[in-house]
Design a protein around this ligand. Structure first.
Ligand code: GLN
Length: 499
């Protein structure tokens, strides 16, 4: 018999509807699991036990009063760069170590209305800059499949929490892979919705032109359920679009995959990918072929520019977005010494510039500082045209190329990452450029704003391998259909780490 925290959203909501379990019992099971294993995994930055139990009780009362809903009473975690009213939001940065937001992000508000139960906040790379959670100011999260390895990032805490059954689902943000990549490393489903599908209001902004929040879940169907609740136009985010919501039920229909053609972009099948990963992907392609899917080799020649373009655009937007953390408006303020014998405020260091530099110097970690410097450089007069503007032009070409190929095929299939989870402290951890290259299969969909999902598709040396599906703009339903059909004939998503 499974313990309650191991259930999927779908299973739990059916039991809740039949009154066979309560949300309080479900929440208690998650809290117990967190206490048992988070000392080793370190996925959580905040656990709000009292509030969660109160919300669970409320959800049970709502059900008793006749309300229903797939997420009513379902416990979840939110990545700690998503604002939660009254509960700390740190972005895993010292500069926000004690920050408590005065309002909820739109997606948190929607989940609250749906009756989901917030268990707490999960670890990430500081401000979501990274791919391993090693950039967190509060220490790395450990991969539940092998505690000596990273869970991926930047939503590594969310991925590890779902993979180890501390919750039923978690929220992440994906700017260039931060949902899909850790989902792949942890053997779960991670969906980056279309840019504009889910509101960015209340996310701590990283790269505003690619940031998008989405679910990390145990199954494709669960991801679809969460998306259907968090999606939608929001008057507080002008980039959200009024498009019909994907119907989670679509993922239940075993659609006829025979009419479907999936593209295999040859630039994503390169020599640098580990053999075990390539084999798992080939096996997944063979499985889908058996279900009737046709495959077609396609080419995206601009793929080689995606990383350089992203790493011009992302620091540029970051340098602007992080300007607000100045030691005055938000968070940590490095106050001058009051006992200083200096006479002028400049000498004492309490003039405005000194407060800025000292607070930012103390508050930001090395990666945030690196990106602020790179971005400020790329945007400065004389360099703007050569770097930022040029990158934006190439970005448009990447986007047009992907849109065009997606007219020929229904979606694309690629590996999520070139290898499985690496060791904490591995060579890429010490070399920013190597770490940036980890985003190799992530950048195309992010720069183009397309929906993409990572699904478990096998193991290499006992560690999970993910495959990525990239869809047409606002066609998450296609990803759900392929993903669900694949999941229904495989068992990868049912494998659990032995922790
Ligand atoms: N690896 C990407 C980066 O460091 C991840 C960003 C993200 O999706 N938040 O920029």
């Amino acid at each position: 018999m499974k313990s309650l925290n191991q259930l999927t959203i779908k299973q739990a909501s059916q039991l809740l509807a039949k009154k066979e379990i309560t949300s309080v019992a479900l929440t208690e099971a998650c809290l117990k699991r967190i206490k048992e294993i988070d000392g080793k995994i370190k996925a959580c930055l905040t656990v709000c036990e009292k509030e969660a139990l109160a919300e669970a009780k409320k959800a049970d009362e709502r059900r008793a009063a006749g309300e229903s809903g797939d997420l009513l009473g379902i416990p979840y975690f939110a990545k700690d760069n998503i604002l939660t009213r009254g509960i700390k939001t740190t972005a895993a940065s010292k500069i926000l170590a004690n920050y408590i937001a005065p309002y909820d992000a739109t997606i948190i508000k929607k989940l609250k209305q749906a009756g989901a139960v917030l268990l707490g906040k999960t670890n990430l790379d500081e401000f979501a800059h990274g791919s391993s959670t090693e950039n967190s100011a509060f220490g790395p999260t450990h991969n539940p499949w092998d505690l000596t390895r990273v869970p991926g990032g930047s939503s590594g805490g969310s991925a590890a929490a779902v993979a180890s059954d501390m919750c039923l689902f978690a929220l992440g943000t994906d700017t260039c892979g931060s949902i899909r990549y850790p989902a792949g490393f942890c053997g779960i489903v991670g969906l980056k919705p279309t840019y504009g599908r889910s509101s960015r209001f209340g996310l701590i902004a990283m790269t505003s032109s690619t940031d998008v929040p989405g679910p990390l879940a145990k199954t494709v169907e669960d991801a679809a359920i969460v998306l259907s609740v968090i999606a939608g136009v929001d008057e507080n985010d002008a980039t959200t679009v009024n498009q019909p919501h994907p119907n989670p039920l679509l993922s239940k229909e075993r659609v006829n995959l025979k009419s479907m053609t999936i593209g295999l972009p040859k630039e994503y099948f390169t020599a640098g990918t580990d053999q075990g990963v390539t084999q798992a992907i080939e096996q997944a392609v063979a499985t889908l072929k058996k279900l009737g899917v046709k495959f077609k080799s396609v080419s995206l020649p601009h793929t080689k520019y995606a990383i350089p373009v992203y790493y011009i655009i992302t620091p540029s937007e970051i340098s602007s977005n992080l300007a607000r953390f100045d030691g005055i408006k938000y968070g940590l303020s490095a106050a001058p010494s009051l006992t200083s014998p200096a006479r002028t405020s400049r000498e004492r260091g309490n003039d405005l510039m000194s407060v800025y530099t000292r607070s930012r110097g103390k508050g930001f970690g090395p990666e945030a500082k690196r990106r602020i410097m790179l971005g400020t450089y790329a945007l400065s007069a004389g360099y703007y045209d050569a770097y930022y503007l040029q990158a934006q032009k190439v970005r448009t070409q990447i986007k047009q190329e992907m849109d065009k190929v997606l007219q020929e095929v229904d979606c694309l299939l690629t590996p999520t990452a070139p290898h499985v989870a690496f060791k904490i402290g591995a060579p890429q951890s010490a070399d920013p450029l190597k770490m940036y290259l980890e985003d190799i299969f992530m950048a195309g969909a992010s720069l183009s704003g397309l929906p993409a999902m990572s699904i478990p598709c096998g193991f290499d040396n006992g560690l999970p391998v993910g495959m990525q599906l990239i869809g047409r703009r606002f066609d998450e339903a296609m990803l759900f259909r392929v993903g669900w059909a694949y999941e229904a004939t495989t068992r990868w998503h049912l494998e659990k780490p032995g922790i």
